[in-house]
Design a protein around this ligand. Structure first.
Ligand code: AMP
Ligand code: MG
Length: 493
């Protein structure tokens, strides 16, 4: 396609039955301005960054005009929020402009978040403050470059309008890309209404779109469930190895595609502590760091439940098959976690010795209140020859680590004897830079309170190369000093 043109759409979701969505155009905004266009992502999608940055592009990214071929809809879904059933959620402020095919041949949703009220808005204003838009941009893109499946941020704009939360704030719109926005809660929406035909139509759409390999199976719907379970197990293991806390793992925030979505009150933890919770609304700690794997299984059990009638006509048979799929989750998660953590420590396979070293390290990190990210980064450095650029000034592995370090290095000599090679592998798995909460807050404050988006750009640029440590950027790798820590995050809805 021409690189100077607007996106070319091929909208499959809006061809599904009418109950799946409401047709809804974005509500125009007064005075849009571009904050950032993601050039790298635009390139991957075959979109022209120049066009996105043009007046025409800005009009589309702010919802002030529709690109040709766009068929804007808000999708219906339900979900369990903090364990409680809500039969009617849906895109209250997000509008799917349409689907495009990326250069990889894959289909991607192009969605505006904060584009105005929809029939699912209930009491909401359909808008988003700029702060959460910048937050989602930074964290989604950091996750992507860290190798975690995720929705992406294509662009952020300001609206020139104020939104009213506790205080008036500048409004923003995020352009979000995901391989789809179909959630566990999308299935639950139809199952909750007893609409078996819609559940089947949705499952068929998902099979064709995300899991065509399951269509070969004798039981495609069971295979679909098992495939989603595999992806979610691995996804959550990836969060855990990075110290990422999603914060609002409601079933409506879990994508069937296995990508991370809904960066609201999420955060990367600084000190390693399994009990860490940041979200202001998670008062019971339901979505604490260490609870995430178990919540993942709880959420998937709801998907299993709604798929039961498709799995087998005989209910007992269906329940037996679905239950064993759900039971498999535990081993899948544990294996994925062990494999990722062993690799972080330089081990090519997660054998018994590696697993024990991982467990003991995590216990030590908890009792020593060690910085999650820097501990692993420092271990990567220590696994091989001394490096010119080191985080040694930023973290000290105190005396209680010594016996563990000796054991680990002895085991490394056996399992991965080439020191330079294992170190290089580890340096490429253990980032020096993550979107630390206090830095994210700092750049949001500059943008929101002072209208200065330069700190946001600098942080976004720095986070794009998380594995290349440079001492001149030490402040971006440094944990918060006492008093700088952000202990509470808000989803800003
Ligand atoms: P979230 O917490 O972002 O997962 O949103 C939960 C639900 O509330 C979803 O149905 C959202 O579409 C809806 N929602 C959140 N914020 C707003 C808003 N400002 N206006 C309308 N709906 C909203
Ligand atoms: Mg949500």
């Amino acid at each position: 396609m021409s690189r100077n043109a607007s996106p070319r759409f091929d909208n499959s979701y809006s061809r599904l039955p009418a109950a799946f969505y409401s047709r809804q155009a974005p509500t125009p905004v007064r005075s849009p301005a571009l904050v950032r266009v993601n050039h790298a992502l635009a390139g991957e999608l075959g979109l022209s960054a120049e066009w996105l940055e043009s007046a025409e592009g800005l009009a589309v990214l702010s919802g002030n005009s529709l690109a040709p071929g766009s068929d804007p809809i808000a999708t219906a879904y339900a979900g369990h929020q903090f364990g409680g059933w809500n039969p009617r959620l849906g895109d209250g402020r997000a509008i799917l402009l349409g689907e495009i095919i990326g250069l990889d041949g894959q289909r991607y949703d192009l969605q505006l978040k904060g584009a105005g009220r929809t029939p699912y808005a209930r009491g909401g204003d359909g808008r988003s403050p700029l702060g959460p838009v910048l937050r989602e941009y930074l964290i989604a893109e950091a996750m992507a470059v860290l190798g975690v499946p995720t929705s992406r941020a294509l662009a952020a704009v300001t609206t020139g309008e104020q939104v009213y939360r506790d205080t008036p704030q500048p409004g923003g719109i995020l352009t979000r890309i995901a391989s789809s926005h179909i959630r566990i809660g999308t299935f639950q929406f139809f199952a909750g209404q007893g609409d078996a035909d819609a559940v089947r139509a949705l499952a068929d759409h998902v099979l064709a779109r995300h899991y065509p390999e399951c269509l070969e199976s004798e039981r495609p719907y069971l295979e679909l469930l098992r495939a989603v379970i595999r992806r979610q197990a691995r996804l959550i293991a990836q969060w855990m190895q990075l110290g990422f806390i999603h914060g609002v793992m409601n079933t409506d925030n879990m994508l069937i595609s296995g990508e991370t979505i809904d960066y609201g009150p999420c955060a990367f933890m600084d000190r390693h502590d399994p009990a860490t919770v940041y979200s202001s609304i998670d008062t019971g700690g339901r979505y604490a760091y260490a609870n995430q794997p178990g919540i993942g299984q709880w959420n998937l059990a709801w998907l299993a439940r709604v798929l039961l009638p498709l799995i087998d006509q005989d209910q007992d048979t269906a329940v037996g098959l679905a239950q064993s799929a759900i039971d498999e989750y535990v081993g899948l998660y544990q294996d994925a976690h062990a494999e990722l953590m062993a690799a972080k420590l330089g081990f090519p396979i997660a054998d018994q010795a590696a697993r024990e070293l991982v467990d003991d390290l995590l216990k030590l990190m908890t009792t020593q209140r060690s910085d999650h990210t820097l501990t692993f980064r420092r271990l990567a450095e220590l696994a091989g020859p001394a490096l010119g650029h080191s985080v040694a000034d930023l973290i000290e592995l105190a005396e209680p680590f010594t016996p563990w370090l000796e054991r680990w290095l002895r085991q490394l000599e056996i399992a991965a004897p080439d020191a330079a090679q294992r170190q290089a592998r580890m340096l490429a798995l253990n980032p020096a830079f993550i979107p630390r909460n206090h830095l994210v807050e700092e750049v949001i404050r500059a943008a929101v309170d002072c209208g200065n988006v330069q700190p946001f750009h600098r942080l976004a640029d720095r986070l794009a190369r998380p594995f290349d440590y440079e001492p001149e950027d030490a402040r971006y790798a440094t944990p918060p000093a006492a008093g700088e820590e952000v202990l509470c995050t808000f989803c800003g809805t």
